[in-house]
Design a protein around this ligand. Structure first.
Ligand code: MN
Length: 299
């Protein structure tokens, strides 16, 4: 049975999950690095520069989560991007986005903003709350060389617009990108074929989903503890998943209520040259981006 949701339905359908012959295993556990970005936002950088080659096509994953306004209130005032896509998934909180292409949107609880910077945008991301919890993720997905100078694109998805399904065991899966157990996500992309799932496991359940053998993949546990092939991925840990031959997907389980994201994508195998918010293929292209930005030609 193949289900395609245009949005979350009032009565959730139950999806039968596919059988995984051999789950990927956890190759390595990563603890994020506490840092600050924007105008002083405290966050944890989980996918750092030195993992960009291993987790190609992903360039960065930041996890943010705090109920202290001092950690987030300053937000991210106007800044440029060129050469990749940013995917912001808000678990809790409200963030206002404005960009040089005239787009504006308010990201709220459970919502996703997908932005393709392409040839360039200048944008701001500012919290629209004075207190309470702000929690979520920002993931950077690289663009293939042929698309790095494409026209910028942007879309906001309210929580209700993110396709969601529930398994017979009661596992809830939100499909932000790609496909999982026959359910198509909010966004699909050629070339990198990203898969981005938010998985909620009740205590004592397990869940399986296919991952193409071509893809690099990782999970990040943000509540509870995820177990993958006997390895525990504790809360606030990333597990890089093995690319061993024969692995056709992943099976995760949990003994306590657990939430995690699963991210996978097909590597580009192209040179990665990053200078802050610009990610291109060569130094010359980085110099061009800086020149364009300083000369007011980036966006
Ligand atoms: Mn940004």
């Amino acid at each position: 049975m193949r289900l395609n949701y245009s949005g979350m339905e009032s009565e959730m359908n139950t999806v039968t999950t596919s059988i995984i012959r051999q789950t990927r295993t956890v190759e390595r556990l990563i603890q994020g690095v506490a840092t600050s970005d924007g105008a002083g936002v405290s966050l944890t950088r989980v996918l750092t520069g030195k993992l960009q080659r291993r987790l190609d096509p992903y360039l960065m994953l930041d996890a943010f989560g705090s109920d202290d306004p001092d950690d987030y209130i300053a937000g991210f005032p106007d800044h440029p991007h060129r050469g990749f896509e940013t995917i912001t998934y808000m678990l809790a909180g409200r963030m206002r986005h404005r960009d040089s292409a005239g787009h504006e949107g308010l990201l709220g609880d459970g919502g996703v903003q997908w932005m393709t910077a392409g040839s360039g945008v200048i944008h701001s991301e500012i919290p629209e709350q004075e207190d309470g919890v702000m929690e979520g993720f920002q993931l950077w997905l690289n663009l293939p060389a042929k698309n790095k100078m494409a026209k910028p694109w942007y879309k906001d998805f309210a929580s209700a617009d993110i396709p969601e399904y529930v398994t017979a065991e009661g596992v809830t899966v939100r499909v932000i990108a790609g496909e999982s157990n026959g359910v198509s996500g909010a966004v699909s992309r050629e070339v990198t074929e990203p898969i981005y799932l938010d998985i909620h496991l009740p205590a004592g359940t397990s869940f399986s989903t296919a991952i193409p053998a071509t893809h690099n993949a990782f999970i990040y546990t943000y509540r509870g503890t995820t177990t993958v092939a006997g390895t525990q991925v504790d809360v606030q840990r990333m597990g890089i998943l093995s690319n061993t031959e024969g692995g056709d997907g992943i099976t995760v389980s949990a003994t306590e209520p657990t939430r995690l994201i699963l991210v996978a994508g097909k590597p580009l195998n192209e040179p990665i040259v990053q200078y802050g918010p610009f990610v291109m293929n060569t130094q010359e292209e980085i110099h061009q981006a800086l020149d364009d930005f300083r000369g007011g030609r980036l966006a």
